[in-house]
Design a protein around this ligand. Structure first.
Ligand code: 3H9
Length: 695
């Protein structure tokens, strides 16, 4: 079969033609596979086989369309036509699914006349996670089999279904145990025996138009999608299945799909998809074997330490938590138990007994002598941390890793208090540590490569996304945060209100604005950071005096009932009592009004400019590491891909022009990043520095 042979096998087993798709690693439906499938169906039609069986080789059935082809001109045969070609076969076609059948992979199965799944198979339409909708007939065929409700749920959420659920809703016909080829063959022979006819899903009547289901789905996804357009388009496409002929519905689905393909949201989400995989691929860690990791010590049982311990317990690790006395240890145990209870409620855990059996608490560091890793999560103070590390150095076994969860402090200085700086690393978790996906792995000057590799392996065990960062004040994320927060404070001084800024940032797609976020985290945190930095602050820097005054007044945000907002429970209304404090700080400064777009542009420019410095200094290895950090640690909307992609798409020259204009009145704050200037001069983008990243 010409060029498709290596991705395909066409075999005869008696009356059955077995079509095997073999395109590792995920059997994506790239051009060669589509051509091969088309030709395989033609061959099946031409020979004397009585029934065809489609199976996937390797770990799964089919992972969907080949995402690396997106954004390039599509080449025939198009996937929807391949599905229809299968459906139009004059003899029955069976799909035998194992592992995931996703997106276009699920649509190939729907094009077949009969569907079997082996236990463990999953059916999903994850296109919304790529800013798309199913585009190969899924929105038209699935509701014809299952009705609209399950189709709306799976296509808007992107979450896959188990084989059992797929059988229950009528998506598939049979479940079997064991090897998909054998199970499929036996099903095909059964069908032959029964003289089973060709059964075309596209020929089924339109699904009933369930107006209530559509209204409910629109209401839910307008809220949940927060600016993301694809889920709402998926609803439109499923509705077309109810109101149009099958052929018109397919055309409507294709139109919506191709429209979405042109959107920046599609580009943003595909950028994020590949970055998720690229971020942990570091050339310097290739072929480096991680150290063994089963027993973790956590020092400090506050919110952060308890969260880290919870994350480790949820992932099957053994945890010894050190606190200063029995009462504090007991309190930490209660916090962890509460976290685990909440995980049970969220369906993440069956019961708390097993993880709790792996938890011990102690007040003596000697209890850590058998641990493979210790993670310190004590008070953010250099002297306190150095004392902890000196103690760890005396009790930890040779080869154990000593990690700090500091969010700002100099890890080189911490490492120097030990006799083994090569074993010291930063593991910066985000709060709540058992929920947030990001782990900044902060590599100090002397950190050994296998220690870094172990940190990445740990992140995988904890199901977190690890980003490598270098040592500086705030590493990647908090360093950039402190600058865009600074831009927000400057806009307040120049005439914007905190609430206008929060509104604008939410409208941009973040779940919260910076001032709501401050209220949630506690305004004393920023206050303490300002105090810590006071001695080294450049006199040209501005200080948000009102923010210090708020803390002095006891306005700490949600926990004290008022901050930038006043709270009834967790719902806040603007606290106008802040305005006189702000107005006093503004005295004598020229005032201007800011539109939403003005606010968004300054905020983003500050973020990108600092990020460019972070990349240039090697604190982040590549622009994509910044994008991943902001996505998983700071609520940056996934559909925008990340701030560096946003900057590329917005246009670096115009962004640099703006920064230069703002620098005329505030040259200290708006110092253009040298990397940004170089890229503009060379006509390049940040993406060009993400070497090898598919665009
Ligand atoms: C679609 O189908 C649209 C249609 O409705 C209509 C079309 C007209 N294409 O994740 P892993 C790569 S949209 C190309 O680490 P796992 C991935 O980048 C598509 N490449 O493996 C990685 O490469 P590398 C709907 C793909 O075992 C390698 O494969 N489908 C694709 O942890 C291994 O990936 C989806 O959205 C692809 N479709 O998980 C499914 N998928 O080694 C997306 C993966 O160079 N994929 N790669 O870094 C997944 O969710 C997971 O990959 C999967 C396997 C669950 C399949």
């Amino acid at each position: 079969m010409s060029q498709a042979t290596d991705k395909f096998r066409y075999h005869r087993d008696g009356a059955v033609a077995i079509i095997t798709i073999a395109n590792p690693p995920v059997n994506a439906l790239g051009l060669a596979v589509r051509q091969g499938l088309w030709q395989a169906i033609d061959r099946f039609e031409a020979d004397d086989a009585e029934i065809a069986l489609i199976v996937g080789d390797g770990a799964l059935f089919l992972g969907g369309a080949d995402i690396t082809e997106f954004g390039k001109p599509p080449v025939e045969p198009f996937l929807p036509d391949v599905c229809t070609h299968i459906e139009n076969a004059s003899k029955p076609v069976v799909a035998a699914v194992h592992g995931p059948a996703l997106g276009g992979g699920c649509e190939i199965a729907l094009g077949a006349h009969y569907r079997l799944a082996v236990t463990g198979a999953r059916f999903g339409f994850p296109e919304v996670n790529l800013g798309l909708i199913p585009g190969a007939g899924g929105t038209q065929r699935m509701p014809r089999l299952t009705g609209v409700r399950p189709a709306l749920e799976i296509m808007c959420s992107g979450a896959p279904l188990t084989a059992e659920k797929a059988l229950e809703i009528g998506l598939i016909d049979r479940i079997a145990e064991g090897d998909p080829r054998e199970a499929g063959l036996s099903y095909a022979l059964d069908l032959l025996k029964q003289n089973a006819p060709v059964r075309r899903t596209g020929a089924l009547p339109n699904p009933a138009h369930d107006a209530e289901a559509f209204a409910a789905a629109r209401a839910t996804w307008e809220k949940k999608a927060r600016g993301q357009v694809a889920p709402l388009k998926a609803i439109d496409a499923v509705e077309a299945a109810c109101t149009m002929s099958f052929d018109d519905g397919i055309r409507e689905e294709r139109r919506l799909f191709l429209d979405l393909m042109e959107t920046p949201q599609r580009a943003g989400m595909i950028h994020a998809f590949f970055n998720d995989r690229k971020v942990s691929k570091l050339p310097e860690l290739k072929d480096v074997t991680p150290r063994p990791m089963a027993h973790v010590g956590v020092i400090g049982g506050g919110t952060m330490g308890a969260g880290i311990a919870t994350a480790c317990l949820l992932s099957g690790l053994t945890v010894t938590l050190i606190e200063r006395d029995d009462a504090a240890a007991e309190k930490a145990r209660q916090t962890i138990t509460g976290n685990l209870d909440a995980a049970v409620k969220r369906g993440k855990l069956k019961d708390t007994a097993a993880p709790l059996s792996r938890l011990s608490t102690a007040t003596d560091y000697a209890a850590l002598s058998g641990a493979d890793l210790a993670i310190e999560a004590v008070f953010e103070d250099m002297a306190v941390k150095q004392e902890v590390f000196a103690k760890l150095d005396t009790v930890m076994k040779p080869g154990a890793i000593l990690a700090t969860n500091t969010s700002y402090l100099d890890i080189n200085a911490i490492a120097q208090t030990t006799s083994r700086p090569a074993d010291v690393i930063g593991l910066h978790f985000f709060s709540p540590a058992h929920v947030m996906k990001l782990l900044e792995v902060v590599v100090a000057d002397q950190t050994a490569r296998d220690v870094t590799a172990t940190a990445f392996a740990l992140a995988k065990t904890l199901q977190k996304t690890a980003v490598k960062a270098g040592v500086c004040d705030g590493f990647i994320g908090n360093r950039i945060l402190s600058v865009y927060r600074g831009a927000a404070d400057r806009m307040i001084l120049d005439g914007a209100t905190p609430w206008e800024i929060d509104d604008a940032i939410r409208a941009f797609g973040l779940p919260m604005g910076p001032f709501e976020m401050g209220d949630l985290a506690g305004l004393d945190i920023g206050y303490m950071t300002r105090k810590r930095k006071a001695a080294t602050r450049d006199p040209r820097d501005i200080v948000p005096t009102w923010a210090d005054e708020m803390v002095d007044l006891g306005w700490l945000g949600q926990k004290s009932g008022q901050g930038y907002y006043t709270y009834e429970g967790r719902k806040g209304t603007p606290n106008m009592a802040v305005m006189p404090l702000i107005e006093a700080a503004r005295a004598g400064r020229p005032q201007q009004s800011f539109t939403k777009q003005d606010i968004q542009r300054r905020y983003m420019a500050a973020m990108v400019n600092e990020a460019a410095k972070v990349v240039d200094e090697g604190i982040a290895a590549r622009p994509l590491d910044v994008d991943v950090t902001l996505l998983y640690g700071y609520g940056f909307p996934r559909w925008r891909g990340g701030p560096m992609l946003w900057a590329d798409m917005t246009g670096l020259p115009a962004l640099l022009d703006d920064i230069r204009i703002w620098a005329e009145t505030d040259p200290y704050f708006w110092q253009p990043a040298p990397l940004l200037e170089r890229l503009v001069a060379e006509g390049r983008n940040f993406a060009d520095l993400n070497e090898g990243t598919p665009k």
